[in-house]
Design a protein around this ligand. Sequence first.
Ligand SMILES: NC(=O)NCCC(=O)O
Ligand SMILES: [Zn+2]
Ligand SMILES: [Zn+2]
Length: 483
Amino acid sequence: MSTVIKNGTVVTADLSYEADVRIEGDVIVEIGKNLFGDEVLDATGCLIMPGGIDPHTHLEMPFMGTYSADDFESGTRAGLAGGTTMVVDFCLPNPDQSLLEALKMWDNKTGKASADYSFHMAITWWGEQVFNEMAEVVDRGITSFKHFMAYKGALMVNDDEMFASFQRCAALGALPLVHAENGDVVAAMTAKLLAEGNNGPEGHAYSRPPEVEGEATNRAIMIADMAGVPLYVVHTSCEQAHEAIRRARQKGMRVYGEPLIQHLTLDESEYFNADWDHAARRVMSPPFRNKQHQDSLWAGLQAGSLSCVATDHCAFTSEQKRTGVGNFAKIPNGTGGLEDRLPVLWTAGVNTGRLTPNEFVAVTSTNIAKILNMYPRKGAVMVGADADLVVWDPKRKKTISAKSQQSVIDYNVFEGFEVTGLPRFVLSRGKVSIVENEVKAEPGHGKFVAREAKNPVNRALSQWKELVAPRKVERTGIPATGV
Ligand SMILES: NC(=O)NCCC(=O)O
Ligand SMILES: [Zn+2]
Ligand SMILES: [Zn+2]
């Protein structure tokens, strides 16, 4: 049984051209003119693009005394509805918990995923066991390790632990990730704000100014350079952090920055809303910033100094958010966006001329597939690639509303946004999972995607670091000691 997508324009990160795409089973088998198949999907007026890959989600994650509300079933369904065909979620071991044991727990959550997924492993504590188990984690196809520089007393790791872990990543050919905020400063500022009675959701934003993020980003970059490993900075939200990444890249360092669709399009004024629920629903770390920071992020995507647009989808209901009434530090941190990332980015990016359609594909799919070493299986429209495809109708419109979303939460931070550009069809490894508003996603269809370590950038950097490594000077004329 074959499926042919006909009459569309294939849009990849490199080029756009008219062609039909034929799929058999899970993969693309032919791209060309006048193709035939058993089933035909009409793409007239549409673009055929690689499905979105969201490299940053937290589905059913235990966090701040509760669990994020969307699980792998609703989360991957929401992703598919908006054109995202793969998510990379974070496995978070408890302090002192075995990484392998945590992995088993995360594996158990994925049974109803309807799109493919992979994991990043978080390094939440450090010791010989973690050092040893990192190799096993890599062997199981998880080749990226997340480090929280914030959430003091919970997930945060210190510089010595981070340096040790980064060196281990270098040795294994893995990629370290950082949540870059200075956790010590955030903790001190939080305590001061609360002591002064500043306990509303806006206090969350005051406690995490851009400097807190800029400092930590720069620190992580320098530590990664000393460890000889590339670095991926998640949820880059401000000019200070972007500047650190831009400067490092200009010096030849292998650093990637990931702005979120929320930071690109929503600003700090949300926290000053008189409605407590409205403001608290938007509490996430780092917080939303002002327009100048947003302009910096857009410029970074245009210039190539920022690489991927993600969501950090970590959705909590209004009820869950209300745990923080009277103390902003207890509001569960996180917002949703899986279903909205592509339509909002297309509307605010491509429809305004900030991004080309090819750049859109690069920052939503292809770049991260390359960074995480799963290209061209993912992130490509190519013979042999997985048929994770979105047939994108650039003229289709909708107004975003919680009432019609797939996420299980009771609100949407993009409520009322009018988007132009939506999927007509979404295919997950060949399975037609979305037909406009009709969800045909099949729970259980999603599979784990194992990734190999030592991608070309890791290998090149190791080679360079070996070449310039400190070497002992062999001397002939060594003076006698003065005995
Ligand atoms: N970002 C956020 O506020 N919540 C999810 C956890 C994290 O990525 O820091
Ligand atoms: Zn984070
Ligand atoms: Zn996150």
